[in-house]
Write a protein that binds this ligand. Structure first.
Ligand SMILES: *Cc1c(COP(=O)(O)O)cnc(C)c1O
Length: 473
């Protein structure tokens, strides 16, 4: 029990209960396969297990731990389960979990350099490390005009890119009402949301057609830009995707980037999922042309062993971003900031306050090393290649998009209803979870292999279940 004589529990209590809590997490991770991947909870079921009011009297910590098993686990979808193949993964790992714990223990607010120098400087260095590890353009390094910052999510990175693009265009005397944003029909919904939040006219957000590989068609982009120019509008920002959410399509960054250069439009590249693959030199072709981009983001919280939330956002020229987001009230003035010798990351994001997120990424990069990260990604790509092969070779199935990295999109040749029933039967086993999308109007099952604990036997188990449950063609 936490010390009852005091309202403030002590560091000794933390030590004692902390060990038990770490044990609880480790036990959970070692028994992941015993839980149905998808929570079978009905709406309101978990809330009904909680009292209507917060307790008046302090409760013993034992009661909390017991309720993790009684209330939380049954209502949890197990994203860390090795049978989780849905959406894109949200990967965690022991070093990331411990980095997160330390960040909670330090509990700093790294809004400006002076409020915790280590929080800022470790973040800067770790993001520079990643430029090298992923083979990103050197203009994204902090020693150049650019630099990287950790955002909570790819959505926030896209919003910041749009705000910086807007700032640059408006300093060039364009009117906000005339600015246009372009992205493909296959782009993530966060692009449209970001454009709306950033104040772009919804009537000037263009969803450009994609080709048969679900990549943005640069000719369609060019034509949309020309039409807007002719109407007196100003092409402001293009958001290209390296690895679309539905099918891992890759927009042609070089062709798009050249057009953006000619039009003086900002190019942001969203590589939320696929970006992590670039730790492997042989998986970098997706980034061809990236040196033409003004900004770029990927999510270590999807495929690089770092628990949510962790998005790495890079800009080639930090000035537009800072111009867009910097406001200095008197109470934040300090010598270090005034000297210009330090980075104040509050000016690189929408909120003021910021967590010490770099710690978990630092723990991960040091614990696995570049070699360990490459092995991790290569194994998922290998398993995915195997899975794609068995699906493609079976006459009951057809692939629905070019398989890429660790995503396979397929459907039953019997059509939408058969595919939908197969997915629902698979998920009802509780042993796996896959999700779906629509491509070219057709219902498609997605299988993404990216879980930290997913190994060969889990992918084989998935195939056995599919093989058993799928009807003949
Ligand atoms: C997952 C995903 C996002 C959204 O990521 P968040 O970090 O959850 O905001 C954006 N773009 C693409 C391409 C994605 O796959």
């Amino acid at each position: 029990m936490f010390s009852s004589e005091s309202f403030l529990v002590t560091p000794e209590d933390l030590r004692h209960h902390g060990r038990r809590t770490i044990d609880w997490v480790a036990d959970y991770l070692s028994s992941l396969e015993s839980y149905p991947v998808l929570a079978k909870t009905v709406p309101g079921e978990i809330a009904a297990m909680l009292p209507r009011s917060a307790p008046e009297e302090p409760e013993p910590f034992e009661a909390l731990l017991a309720d993790l098993d009684r209330i939380v686990l049954p209502g949890t979808t197990h994203w860390q389960s090795p049978g989780f193949f849905g959406f894109f993964p949200a990967s965690a790992s022991p070093p990331a979990i411990l980095g997160e714990l330390v960040a909670a223990g330090l509990a700093v607010n790294g809004m400006v350099w002076a409020t915790s120098p280590a929080c800022t400087e470790i973040e800067t260095v770790v993001l520079d490390w990643l430029v090298e590890l992923l083979g990103l353009p050197v203009r994204f390094r902090s020693q150049s005009q650019g630099g990287g910052v950790i955002q909570d999510s790819a959505s926030s990175a896209t919003l910041c890119a749009l705000l910086a693009a807007r700032e640059r265009a408006m300093r060039g005397n364009a009117a906000l009402a005339d600015l246009c944003v372009y992205t493909s029909v296959e782009a993530h919904s966060s692009v449209q949301k970001g454009a709306r939040v950033a104040g772009f006219s919804p009537a000037h957000t263009r969803l450009v057609a994609a080709d048969e590989t679900f990549a943005m068609d640069p000719a369609a982009l060019e034509s949309a830009v020309r039409t807007d120019r002719e109407a007196g509008l100003v092409p402001c920002c293009v958001v290209a995707t390296a690895g679309t959410t539905s099918s891992m399509g890759f927009d042609p960054i070089r062709a798009i980037g050249e057009l953006c250069r000619a039009e003086q439009a900002w190019l942001h590249v969203d590589a939320a999922m696929a970006g992590s693959a670039a730790v492997c030199p042989e998986l970098r072709s997706q980034h061809d042309g990236l040196e033409l981009a003004d900004s770029y983001a990927f999510n270590p919280h999807k495929w690089l062993l770092t628990n949510f939330d962790c998005d790495c956002f890079y800009v080639a020229d930090r000035a537009s971003l800072i111009d867009a987001l910097s406001i200095t009230p008197e109470y934040l003035r300090n010598d270090a900031s005034e000297s210009g010798a330090v980075i104040d990351y509050r000016d690189w994001q929408v909120p003021l306050g910021r967590r010490f997120r770099a710690l978990k990424l630092w723990f991960v990069l040091r614990s696995y090393g570049g070699e360990g990260l490459r092995r991790h990604v290569r194994e998922h790509v290998r398993l995915s290649d195997w899975f794609t092969g068995v699906v493609a070779a079976d006459p009951r199935f057809e692939l629905c998009a070019p398989p890429a990295l660790n995503l396979t999109c397929f459907r039953h040749v019997g059509g939408d209803e058969v595919s939908e029933r197969l997915l629902s039967d698979l998920n009802a086993t509780g042993r796996v979870f896959l999700s779906h999308t629509r491509l070219a109007g057709r219902y498609v099952i997605r299988c993404c292999i990216g879980g930290t604990w997913t190994a060969e036997r889990h992918v084989e188990m998935l195939w056995r279940l599919i093989d058993e449950l799928a009807p003949a063609p």
